[in-house]
Design a protein around this ligand. Structure first.
Ligand code: LLP
Length: 385
């Protein structure tokens, strides 16, 4: 919840900008940390969700590791002080350069997404006289019931190795002297709000890990990825993701064998609600059938609505007056640059400050300079106190 005092402070800041409520981030991390400690689970924050220095420093201070999907994310994680032993690295297209750099950094695990990738990692590790720790990212063929662009666990998706590839994996592992096999990795999608999906995932994990164990390949680690959704509809009323319910489902449904370690890779659920895109109304355009509120923030600042038809709550921070219906749009020359249609919002005027909520995850980090627009800067609540 953005306070009155914060809105006053926004008055002198150039818009659009990202505002991060660091108290909410810490509150979210308090709840998350208590949950993983309760069950003895390990967590690696998915840097891709938000890689701002101040955000990742806060997360690292809670003892989380880092989940990376590129060589530069691995570099960033190391530079930001994450223990390499807590860095995991996934991605279907790791380049040789990226693999070498991660080997040099001594990361905890490569999450391998294809059989040829395992071979290349072994070859490169051999050349460097190193041993690479790897896990297999498994494609469990599960429908995460989320947007198709952020669904990753179906057999038609490009991610992971499907069960029919397990025999090849087993044969290859037997030949790879420079690979240490840790276990299995899963990530079936993002913004998953139907929690039974995670129960189904746990049951699939058990079926799939059994194959390896029966073939004499021990599984020391199970990494269930990220994916827990947040409440985009009611960010003020429901600001902390439902971690207790999530971990309860995992705990009740996942078979963990003695000595096995369980890992997670949360992204959105940690940072999603602490970020808000703050913008000003440039113009109110009244048409015959509708009213447009034209903001100075556009799809280049936050691409989720244009890319995934994502719904973000929009609030007029400058007025609590009578609510009217507006199509809220941005200035970019694309019709998809639309924040929401027929939104009920307090009557607005030029200069009013708007918040587009739940913008902490996959917001600033996906911003671009399309139309040669400036990149929105970050403002942290700690600096406004
Ligand atoms: N682990 C892996 C291997 C991933 O690919 C992802 C996200 C995560 C963990 C973290 O997932 P989360 O807890 O944040 O759901 N740009 C999209 C989301 C893309 C997610 C990519 N992978 C969006 O704005 O909705």
């Amino acid at each position: 919840m953005i306070t009155k005092k914060q809105v006053e402070a926004f008055g002198s800041i150039e818009t659009p900008f990202y505002f991060y409520d660091m108290d909410l981030l810490r509150q979210t991390l308090d709840v998350y940390k208590a949950q993983i400690d309760k069950y003895g689970y390990n967590a690696h924050y998915a840097l891709k969700a938000n890689a701002n220095d101040r955000i990742i420093e806060t997360i690292r201070n809670y003892g989380l590791g880092a989940d990376c999907v590129s060589g530069n994310e691995v570099k960033l994680a190391v530079r930001s002080g994450f223990d390499p032993q807590k860095i995991v690295y996934a991605g279907v297209g790791k380049s040789d350069k990226e693999i070498r750099a991660a080997l040099r950094a001594g990361i905890f695990s490569f999450n391998c997404e294809s059989v040829p990738e395992i071979q290349i990692i072994n070859d490169l590790a051999t050349g460097m006289g190193k041993k690479a720790r790897i896990s297999i990212r498994v494609n469990p063929d599960i429908d995460a019931h989320t947007h198709k662009y952020i669904s990753t666990g179906l057999k038609e998706n490009k991610f992971g190795i499907s069960p029919w590839g397990f025999q090849d994996v087993a044969e290859l592992l037997a030949q790879c002297a420079h690979i240490e096999f840790l276990g299995l990795h899963f990530h079936v999608g993002s913004q998953i709000t139907e929690l039974p999906v995670f129960a189904l995932l746990c049951r699939r994990v058990e079926e799939l890990q059994r194959w390896f164990i029966e073939h004499g390949i021990p599984i020391r680690n199970l990494n269930l990825g990220g994916g827990l959704g947040i409440d985009y509809q009611d960010p003020n009323g429901d600001p902390v993701a439902h971690f207790a319910e999530y971990f309860d489902i995992i705990h009740k449904n996942l078979v963990v064998r003695p000595g096995q370690k369980v890992h997670f890779e949360p992204g959105r659920a940690i940072v999603g609600q602490c970020g808000h895109l703050i913008s000003r109304v440039l113009y109110v355009k009244v048409g015959k059938e509708k009213k447009f509120a034209i903001l100075d923030a556009g799809m280049n600042d936050l691409i989720r609505p244009a890319l995934y038809q994502a719904w973000h709550d929009i609030e007029n921070l400058s007025s609590t007056g009578r609510k009217l219906r507006y199509d809220v749009v941005g200035p970019v020359c694309e019709s998809s640059d639309c924040w929401g249609q027929k939104r009920l919002i307090s009557q607005c005027r030029r200069g009013d400050l708007f918040a587009i909520h739940s913008a902490g995850a996959y917001g600033q980090v996906m911003a671009m300079k399309y139309n040669q627009r400036d990149l929105a800067k970050a403002v942290y609540s700690d600096d406004l106190k």
